[in-house]
Design a protein around this ligand. Structure first.
Ligand SMILES: [Zn+2]
Length: 466
């Protein structure tokens, strides 16, 4: 009798344990559903999340989870969870719903302010009611209603590079790197451009420093290189901006402005102001260019002489689209910045706006192809195209583009990038001797740490196979 009881007790325990295990996710799920019905979305999210920990692939749980997330304030972590399901491998209703939510938000981002111009009161009232109804929608809650912008063009490759918002005012150094004198208005034009950015964007501010090593933005006036002109035509840019990045940390942005034209003529105050204003846009983090001619960050793609032409004409403005792009840029979680931001709660999870690296690469192929159509004789178009193909791991097309780039490459920098990329692709394909050939060609132009490491690895691999 005693023995029997003991056995029964053990059996019950095992049985109970099994039931509990089975019921646990269901229990959390049902609690979550109940909380959802009562409008307590914060608690609902917690419970359904727990259910998903037990059964991450349960489509019913996933769908309920997206529904709950949709009701929450779309902060960084909510965006991230939504994004993960939208891009998960499992094709189910949850994925479709999550994708829809994210897509709607993206479109929202592109809607122009025009929509809000109202003509009569009736329409006004109707819209107000509609607005109230829609207010609950998740996409409405997200604070990305910044108006027209060209944020897709802002990053460098797929990376957002920008300063921490708390780093403002940024320290700016303005100076010459040699002893050739320049007119007094060179410095004042730079200061005017800095002031223009300060008055246009609320969070932007600068202070001038005498110490170039302390500066986050350094503006150097330099002598133009001797080799920009060949057989009568001169190809060069008036100014350019180069970020210094070490281990994913943004150290500084260096703006170079050439003091004179190749003929030795000084730049006018208009040319200087416009050039510095544009380069400051890059230094603030808009690495790419707008496709819209009115924007400050527009650049004509045909050839460099036309860029110079543009800067002659008139004083340029920072447009609404430029401001919106910068504003949105500083709402996104950066990949590279000067000071890491610990609390990301008020940031936007970047892929929600920019898409996956794959989507960015596909857009880049379209851009690069357009560029090649207008300037088939410039290597840079093919180089950009190859970069996008490398991102997609389409090495066949990448090599094709790089070989074309090689046909048109005019300077050492271009050749270096081409050889480097070819070495990178062939080493990924395990074609070590070809890879080594290109790595060595690149090294003849410039020796970098990356390159030395790559050569070391390739030589090591080759010695083991021989
Ligand atoms: Zn530019």
């Amino acid at each position: 009798m005693v023995l029997n009881r003991k056995l029964l007790y053990i059996l019950t325990l095992v049985f109970a344990y099994a039931i509990t295990l089975n019921l646990t996710p269901k229990y959390f799920f049902l609690r979550g559903e109940l909380k959802y019905k009562n409008g307590d979305y914060i608690e609902s999210e917690k419970y359904i999340n727990k259910a998903l920990i037990f059964k991450p692939e349960d489509s019913e749980y996933r769908f309920a989870y997206i529904k709950t997330l949709s009701e929450l304030k779309p902060n960084y972590s909510v965006q991230r969870k939504m994004y993960d399901i939208a891009n998960s491998k499992q094709n189910d209703g949850a994925k479709i719903l999550a994708k829809k939510k994210i897509k709607k938000k993206k479109q929202k981002n592109k809607i122009k302010k025009k929509k809000y111009k109202k003509k009569n009161r009736k329409k006004n009232k109707k819209k107000k009611i509609l607005k109230k109804k829609k207010k609950k929608e998740w996409k409405k809650n997200i604070n990305i209603n910044v108006g027209q912008n060209y944020i897709d063009q802002a990053p460098s490759d797929s990376k957002i590079i920008r300063w921490n918002k708390n780093s403002f005012p940024l320290q700016v150094y303005i100076g010459e790197d040699d002893l050739v004198s320049m007119p007094e208005y060179y410095k004042t034009s730079a200061i005017r451009a800095l002031k223009q950015w300060e008055t246009s964007v609320d969070f932007v501010s600068f202070v001038i420093t005498d110490n170039p090593n302390k500066a986050q933005i350094a503006i150097f006036f330099k002598n133009i290189p001797q080799n920009v002109c060949k057989s009568g035509t001169c190809k060069y840019v008036v100014g350019y901006t180069k970020p210094t990045i070490t281990r994913d940390t943004l150290k500084n942005m260096e703006i170079t402005i050439y003091k004179t034209s190749p003929k030795g003529e000084y730049l006018s105050d208009i040319e200087l102001y416009n050039t510095i204003l544009h380069e400051l846009g890059h230094a603030l983090g808009i690495i790419g260019h707008s496709y819209s001619m009115e924007d400050l960050m527009y650049v004509e793609s045909k050839d460099e002489s036309s860029i110079f032409q543009k800067y002659h004409e008139d004083f340029h403005y920072i447009t609404g689209s430029d401001i919106n792009t910068l504003t949105l840029l500083y709402m996104l979680d950066p990949s590279i910045t000067d000071k890491k931001q610990r609390d990301k709660s008020d940031l936007i999870y970047t892929p929600i706006i920019l898409g996956t690296n794959e989507e960015i690469a596909k857009k880049k192929i379209i851009e690069a192809t357009k560029y090649i159509e207008t300037s088939p004789e410039l290597a840079i178009g093919y180089i950009n195209l190859s970069g996008a193909y490398i991102e997609l791991k389409d090495y066949h097309n990448a090599i094709d583009a790089l070989n074309k780039a090689l046909d048109f490459a005019k300077d050492k920098n271009e050749k270096f990038i081409i050889y480097y990329n070819l070495a990178y692709i062939y080493s990924n394909q395990n074609k070590c001797s070809t890879a080594l050939k290109y790595a060595k060609l690149a090294k003849e132009i410039q020796t970098t740490q990356d390159l030395l490491e790559m050569i070391g690895i390739l030589e090591d691999r080759l010695s083991k196979t021989n």
